[in-house]
Design a protein around this ligand. Structure first.
Ligand SMILES: [Zn+2]
Length: 414
């Protein structure tokens, strides 16, 4: 028994043993993991987590979306629940830390608090969210829990309906069960997540902990530059309506705009589809997949109008038509100020330095936007590598993150 809760720390060896066991499930030869949602390895990892929860003497819970949780009740039947979590699924050939660290840290925090037998005013729950990475749908378990999952999304998910049906069948789930996982706003006290940074900022500046201020929003478009197909040998250069020129000019201009005037935003042109698409035909049409991200709603709107104006200008310059098709607008989610301050005071007391930074990647915390306070912390990623077997975080950094999570939970839950 520790003398005071301020001196309570997680058990590094116990967390490491669990982390290493988990990393063996779906392990790849190069040191990564292959655990796409509802793959054999992912189902095995979930089963393993369930066994760990039961072995640890914590209550195991699951819901219609297949989220798996360890639950620590506070004794008051009316009390809301503070969720801590992340995800056990991975991208194909992903790393050992993405998601897994957050779930193992949340689980370790619950064991530590249970062992210390501290009085709580809220329930605690360490949760593994189904399909964060989007093999099937993306942020699936957290969206289901927070009532953001629409029935029609399940009909046309990004991984295809057939894959979703097959996956749900293997996990014993269905469309109906997915929608039944919704919880009430009143039952949620908050959501906290520890994750690897997946970028280089913390490592480059030798900072222990990143306190996330916002998860970036993502806007995407399909832009179609439309010209005219002609013989590539007999049509004079001046007579062509070459759709590739508008698309190419736009690509370079978009990079320029962001690097010059929107330095905290990013833009990506991830695909170009040429039609008819042959060596000897002038391209009649190029479909461009455009995505850009920002953590600031105002900047989003400005960048949006500048990029689209630029696309029209590029089309005009080469005599092309432009078709603009908006595909998705996900607003940035702001992290809760009180939770951020609490993370900071936990860092101060533990002697860790920290900075505030946005998350350029999407996370389950977005699903809780507007429902309850959300907070996230990052620990350094070696060389910023992620979604790869090269993903690595020093164990001491993982432990630091878990202790910040623990001390933050204690401040919020007692
Ligand atoms: Zn992740």
């Amino acid at each position: 028994m520790v003398d005071s809760w301020q001196n309570l720390r997680i058990d590094s060896d116990r967390m490491l043993a669990a982390f290493n066991e988990l990393a063996r499930i779906g392990a790849t030869d190069d040191g990564g993991v292959y655990r796409p949602t509802f793959s054999v390895a992912h189902l095995a990892a979930r089963q393993w987590f369930r066994e760990q929860i039961e072995k640890a003497g914590l209550e195991f819970r699951t819901d219609g979306a297949g989220n798996h949780s360890a639950f620590l009740a506070c004794g008051d039947a009316q009390a809301p629940t503070l969720l801590l979590g992340s995800h056990l699924d991975s991208v194909p050939n992903g790393g050992r830390f993405d998601g897994a660290l957050g779930v193992m840290a949340a689980f370790e925090v619950l064991r530590t608090i249970r062992d210390a037998d501290l009085p709580l005013k809220v329930n605690l729950e360490a949760i593994d969210f189904t399909d964060e990475e989007g093999t099937l749908v993306g942020l699936l378990g957290s969206a289901a829990l927070t009532r953001h999952l629409q029935a029609d999304l399940l009909q046309a998910p990004r991984g295809g309906r057939a894959a979703l049906l097959e996956g749900m069948r293997r996990a014993g789930l269905s469309d109906e069960s997915m929608l039944s996982a919704a919880r009430s706003k009143e039952s949620l006290a908050g959501y906290l997540e520890l994750h690897i940074e997946q970028g280089k900022r913390l490592e480059r500046t030798s900072i222990d902990i990143g306190i996330v201020n916002a998860i970036v929003g993502i806007w995407s478009y399909r832009l179609s530059f439309i010209g005219r197909a002609d013989h590539a040998g007999t049509t004079a250069m001046d007579d062509r309506l070459d759709a590739s020129l508008g698309a190419s000019e736009f690509t370079l201009a978009a990079r320029d705009i962001v690097t010059t005037d929107f330095r905290d935003c990013v833009v990506n042109i991830g695909n170009m589809q040429f039609s008819p698409g042959a060596f000897n035909i002038v391209p009649a049409r190029v479909d461009v997949a455009l995505e850009f991200r920002s953590s600031d709603e105002e900047k989003f709107k400005r960048l949006d109008s500048i990029l689209i104006a630029q696309a029209y200008e590029a089309a005009n310059r080469f005599g092309l038509e432009l078709k603009v098709e908006p595909l998705g607008r996900h607003s940035p989610s702001l992290m809760d100020d009180h939770v951020r301050d609490t993370f900071a005071s936990a860092c101060d007391d533990l002697g860790f330095n920290y900075i505030s930074l946005p998350s350029g990647a999407g996370h389950d915390g977005q699903s809780f936007d507007g429902l309850c306070p959300v907070g996230m912390i990052f620990v350094p990623s070696k060389n910023g590598a992620s979604h790869s077997a090269r993903e690595f975080t020093e164990w001491k950094d993982c432990v630091n993150g878990a202790n910040v999570l623990l001390q933050t939970v204690l401040r919020l839950a007692m």
